[in-house]
Write a new protein. Structure first.
Length: 305
């Protein structure tokens, strides 16, 4: 296994264990998000200063970086709440709908529109989401806070991807992470203070979990994924990241004794398959699917979504 692929595997593993840490309920979801960003900032700031990567970018890039940090912080905060209010499995699968929301935003705001396959895949993914959550929820419109926050997590993350993609073309990864973490920490700190969240009083295990979230699930995970993105196709990395939801479900079943029903399994498979279809470049036919042709043809340019 080459270095970029190994880095991607490590990154996926680091992200996959995050819902299990949150599910231990050692700290509220919102304050956990704050400390994940703040501790990571404290750790990366000396390195950024030592390597002289704290240069002030242009006003436009700085504002976009700050917006990226706020969006990512919001994504983590609502994902934490979704995990606590539902299950690690459901929250992870719903958050992984982000490629769908990226495509919708691309259609609405960018000139390079999604392909027909994207809309087919979107329809399949939405059907999978309905099956995953339960048809009765949609019939009665009884959406709970866990479901709503899971959807919002994917929406916030898709907006983060669209903006950060432009910013990372202008500044280094370390510079981007440092300034975005600053924005995330300030934003989540203010929100936590307004909501009267506890900034202390946690057990030793609680502080240890908060630190591990920052080191493993924030710094290590996203440094590894960013490294992989430098050498691998964006589509392959995006598809590989979808395995995080399945790995989280498996770990939650083992360590948290979460019940995984046949309906959830089938719904999750349909959801992930739908997202897979959105990355398919060629016109989709039953014959091609049965032949299991490559998702993206060799030498092709990465699609937008």
């Amino acid at each position: 296994m080459n270095k970029p692929r190994l880095a991607l595997v490590i990154g996926i593993l680091c992200v996959s264990v995050f819902p299990l840490m949150i599910k231990m309920e050692l700290a509220p979801g919102l304050i956990s998000a704050f400390y994940r960003m703040a501790i990571a900032l404290v750790l990366i700031l000396p390195y950024a200063w030592y390597t002289k990567q704290l240069g002030m970018p242009s006003t436009k890039i700085l504002l976009l970086t700050a917006l990226s940090g706020i969006l990512f912080g919001s994504d983590v905060a609502v994902w934490n709440i979704a995990i606590l209010e539902s299950t690690a499995t459901q929250a992870s699968l719903l958050a992984n709908l982000s490629p769908v929301w990226v495509g919708v935003a691309t259609f609405l705001f960018l000139t390079n529109k999604p392909t027909k396959n994207f809309w087919i895949g979107t329809l399949i993914s939405l059907l999978g989401m309905v099956a995953l959550v339960g048809f009765e929820v949609f019939v009665s419109l009884s959406f709970d806070i866990g479901f709503v926050c899971g959807i919002l997590s994917g929406v916030f993350y898709s907006a983060y991807l669209l903006i950060s993609k432009e910013v990372l073309a202008k500044i280094s990864i370390v510079t981007f992470m440092t300034y975005s973490l600053m924005a995330s920490s300030i934003f989540l700190g203010i929100i936590s203070w307004v909501w009267d969240e506890p900034f202390g009083g946690f057990s030793t295990t609680g502080w240890m979990m908060l630190s591990l979230q920052a080191v493993v699930c924030q710094l290590l995970a996203w440094l590894m994924v960013s490294y992989a993105l430098q050498y691998m196709r964006t589509t392959r990395v995006s598809l590989a990241m979808l395995s995080q939801a399945l790995l989280t479900a498996f770990l939650a079943w083992i360590f948290l004794n979460e019940t995984i029903t046949l309906q959830m399994i089938l719904g999750g498979i349909v959801l992930l398959f739908g997202i897979r279809v959105t990355f398919y470049n060629k016109p989709i036919t039953i014959k091609r699917l049965l032949k299991k042709e490559p998702l993206v043809s060799k030498g092709a340019i990465d699609p937008v979504v």
